[in-house]
Design a protein around this ligand. Structure first.
Ligand SMILES: Nc1nc2c(c(=O)[nH]1)N[C@H]1C(S)=C(S)[C@@H](COP(=O)(O)OP(=O)(O)OC[C@H]3O[C@@H](n4cnc5c(=O)[nH]c(N)nc54)[C@H](O)[C@@H]3O)O[C@H]1N2
Ligand SMILES: Nc1nc2c(c(=O)[nH]1)N[C@H]1C(S)=C(S)[C@@H](COP(=O)(O)OP(=O)(O)OC[C@H]3O[C@@H](n4cnc5c(=O)[nH]c(N)nc54)[C@H](O)[C@@H]3O)O[C@H]1N2
Ligand SMILES: [Mo]
Length: 682
């Protein structure tokens, strides 16, 4: 038997788990199998379904293999092959002209976390755009509201490590579909349950995770702030708080006590749709079952008051003193512990020595449609897209597509596949995958830093984002030394940080070991056991006045009147088997994303039966789905799994036809899950 060669890699998909991978390679250097690294403390030898099959995507016949120039109309998807030299010359020439005529801020980069790699996600690209003086992109599309909430309350985006969930006696998955989007946390929950822990889920949708729980609490979308205040009401009323912890480590407890008085369980039951006894029970169990951990994920903060909801939920372990305990606390993200020297990597200082001589304007990526159609002084004349597929994933899609169709917009797309966005490119460039380039990875669901070297040969003429922006910098005669740096130089820049969490970690060690635990100090890691919040005051900032609950305007209970015309709340959350729009080329994924879950009551009054084609619409747009009658959603709530490519959906269109550009209360995030629609048989 021939023993295959094994190379190590790291999964770069936008996921809290950031897995350590083993790639089996045959004699010709071709990858034959991907496995989870059994030695990695979080990956623990298994992969999710989509990444176990990632080699299909890697070697897919539709992979982009060489640079192309558009020959058809924008959006039509007709291209001709060109050379890299032609492509880079044309891009550099066009960007130079636009910069001269309209000013460099007429150029807008658009990228998100297609790869979580730091070099290809926020490295040479940032340097290039900073030196160019291009508009800066506010990367809000995913986690801005929740992130800002943690920064305001805790001063740092950090939380309970996944390993400690095994020691919890009560685990609450709050807007967190763990089995679907964070499956490597699951074994720790299984271990806890084996030792007697209870597992509860708070989610408007009964997801796979909800079905696997001891209890699933169906909550009205966007009403989590009210629930948190109701729980706080009961905890304080019954004296279950940790007075000492609160007094020493939190600011604003008195004002919160006042506010919480206004949220007795009876009132909160009406606001959240949960039973008043359940609210009482949940509060008591949470405060008295020790240790108790909350896995809060990003579902909660994708609605209008999402930031305040996260701040109120994050106050719970402060009120009960749960941060003192192994297996207590809360995890929304761990990413803040990776305190790299980002300035050395991204070089924002280059803006001052470039043509602009100042910091460039900031454009919110959640408002791309407005930016492309309405922004002035200067208008956006060039859009450079990489690590993202805005034609599918950005809200108010009709506006985004109208912008992408503009004949005076020069669009460049760096991609693996001809996505919906790629169809609008003037120049389309083939990108390498994470299996083909070097990168460094933080994680937002654990505390291990990882390095991956190329495991496979680049497909066709594909180049990494780092290589492309390095080459463009040369074409544009940017002479700063940083544009000559290698990937290793760039990683050294990142590691050159005074953070204790990174102290002693070297590139050599990362190269040798692949995965290195951050220096989180003595085990077990209890970041806020003695307070130590990173706010200016060093205290957890409750800020009760910002936590008053009002239902989302765009909900059945909002006061805007939209609900009369469009009475159903649509949640377009993640697909268990996919990754945003990344697997949009797969037919099975497309079929899943075409299904609209609707409660049998809502279906009956509309004459909708199972498997019937239906149209969902509102004042922004409309799209076709196949109805799936289901008790997994409450009456008044619909659910669809994101995210299909419009082009593979045969004219039925993507769900973001329906979502709005309205922003969250803080952080400027999108409100994907505050979305009212009407549904009719098609
Ligand atoms: N399989 C898979 N994994 C993924 C992704 C994927 O597309 N597929 N995407 C990745 C990305 S980009 C991210 S940001 C993470 C996100 O990971 P999660 O935050 O876990 O994913 P979501 O599906 O957005 O939301 C989680 C749950 O919140 C629920 N929810 C929606 N609105 C509300 C609400 O108002 N209140 C409450 N309590 N719950 C609500 C949804 O029904 C959903 O079940 O997952 C990452 N992992
Ligand atoms: N309705 C609705 N809309 C949503 C969401 C939702 O839940 N509902 N979720 C939102 C969230 S949380 C997020 S994070 C965004 C995600 O939106 P995006 O960040 O756009 O994520 P993907 O759709 O996965 O697209 C990533 C693209 O990057 C490409 N890519 C991957 N690696 C590389 C690389 O190394 N180089 C280059 N050049 N390209 C690469 C992939 O091929 C893929 O097409 O969507 C948001 N939109
Ligand atoms: Mo995300």
């Amino acid at each position: 038997m021939i023993v295959p060669e094994i190379r190590k890699s790291v999964c770069a998909l936008d996921c809290p788990d950031t897995c350590s991978l083993l790639v089996e390679i045959d004699g010709n250097g071709r990858g034959t199998k991907l496995r989870g690294n059994p030695e990695h403390p979080i990956t623990r030898g298994f992969l999710c379904g989509k990444v176990a099959r990632y080699l299909e995507r890697q070697y897919h016949p539709n992979r982009l293999l060489y640079p192309q120039r558009r020959t058809g109309a924008k959006g039509e998807g007709r291209f001709e092959r060109i050379s890299w030299d032609e492509a880079l010359d044309e891009i550099a020439g066009r960007l130079q002209n636009i910069s001269t005529q309209d000013g460099p801020e007429a150029i807008l980069p658009y990228s998100y976390a297609g790869t979580m790699g730091l070099l290809n996600g926020a490295g040479m690209d940032r340097r290039f755009f900073h030196r160019l003086g291009a508009s800066r992109l506010d990367r809000t599309i995913c986690s801005a509201a929740g992130g800002e909430a943690l920064l305001r309350s805790q001063g740092i985006k950090m939380g309970t490590e996944p390993e400690q969930f095994a020691h919890s006696k009560l685990i609450i998955a709050w807007g967190a579909n763990i089995l679907g989007t964070n499956v490597h946390l699951w074994p720790f929950i299984v271990e806890a349950r084996r030792k007697g822990a209870k597992f509860y889920v708070i989610d408007p949708v009964r997801t796979r995770t909800g079905k696997a729980a001891d209890r699933h609490f169906a909550i009205h979308p966007g009403s989590d702030l009210a629930l948190a205040l109701g729980l706080i009401h009961v905890i304080l009323r019954e004296g279950l708080q940790d007075c000492e912890y609160l007094a020493r480590h939190a600011n604003g407890a008195e004002a919160l006590t006042e506010l919480a008085r206004e949220y007795p369980p009876e009132n909160v039951a009406a606001l959240t749709g949960m039973a008043s006894e359940d609210i009482e029970m949940l509060a008591r169990e949470y405060a008295t079952t020790r240790p108790a951990a909350i896995r809060l994920n990003y579902g909660v903060q994708r609605s209008e008051r999402g930031g305040a909801a996260v701040r109120a939920i994050a106050a719970l372990p402060v009120i009960t003193g749960s941060w003192r305990e192994v297996g207590g606390g809360l995890q929304l993200t761990t990413s803040g512990a990776f305190e790299f020297n980002r300035a050395a990597l991204e070089r924002p200082d280059l803006q001052w020595s470039g043509p602009l001589g100042r910091q460039a304007r900031l454009v919110n990526m959640a408002e791309l449609g407005s930016a492309l159609n309405e922004l002035d002084n200067p208008p956006v004349k060039a859009l450079i897209v990489y690590n993202s597929n805005p034609a599918a994933i950005a809200p108010h899609q009709s506006k985004v597509l109208a912008g992408l169709r503009r004949s005076d917009l020069f669009t460049v797309v760096l991609e693996h596949f001809r996505t919906d966005t790629a169809d609008y490119a003037d120049i389309l460039l083939p990108a390498t995958t994470f299996l083909e380039h070097t990168d460094l990875y933080l994680a937002y669901g654990h505390y291990y830093l990882q390095l991956a070297r190329p495991a496979l040969k680049a497909a066709g003429e594909a180049r990494s984002n780092v290589e492309v922006f390095r080459a463009l910098a040369q074409r544009m005669h940017f002479e700063d030394e940083c544009f000559n740096e290698t990937e290793d130089d760039m990683m050294r820049c990142l590691l050159d940080s005074s953070s204790l969490y990174l102290s002693g970690i070297t590139l050599e060690q990362l190269h040798r070991e692949g995965s290195v635990r951050l220096n989180t100090g003595a085990e077990p890691f209890l970041p806020f056991a003695a307070g130590d919040f990173r706010t200016k005051s060093g205290q957890f900032e409750i800020d009760a006045p910002s936590l008053r609950y009002v239902p989302p305007m765009e909900s059945r209970f909002g006061n805007s009147g939209i609900g009369r015309q469009f009475p159903l709340e649509l949640i377009s959350n993640k697909n268990d088997d996919s990754m945003n729009s990344t697997f949009g080329h797969r037919e099975d994924i497309d079929r899943q994303a075409a299904k609209l879950a609707i409660h049998p009551q809502d279906a009956a009054v509309r004459g909708i039966i199972d498997d019937m084609p239906v149209r969902a619409f509102n004042n922004r747009g409309s799209c076709l789905f196949v109805a799936k009658l289901s008790y997994d959603v409450q009456p008044g709530v619909l659910q669809v799994r994101t995210m299909r490519w419009t082009k593979s959906s045969a004219g039925q269109r993507g769900v973001n036809q329906l979502t709005s550009e309205r922003l969250t209360d803080i952080g400027g995030g999108p409100t994907f899950y505050s979305c009212l629609v009407q549904v009719t048989p098609e």
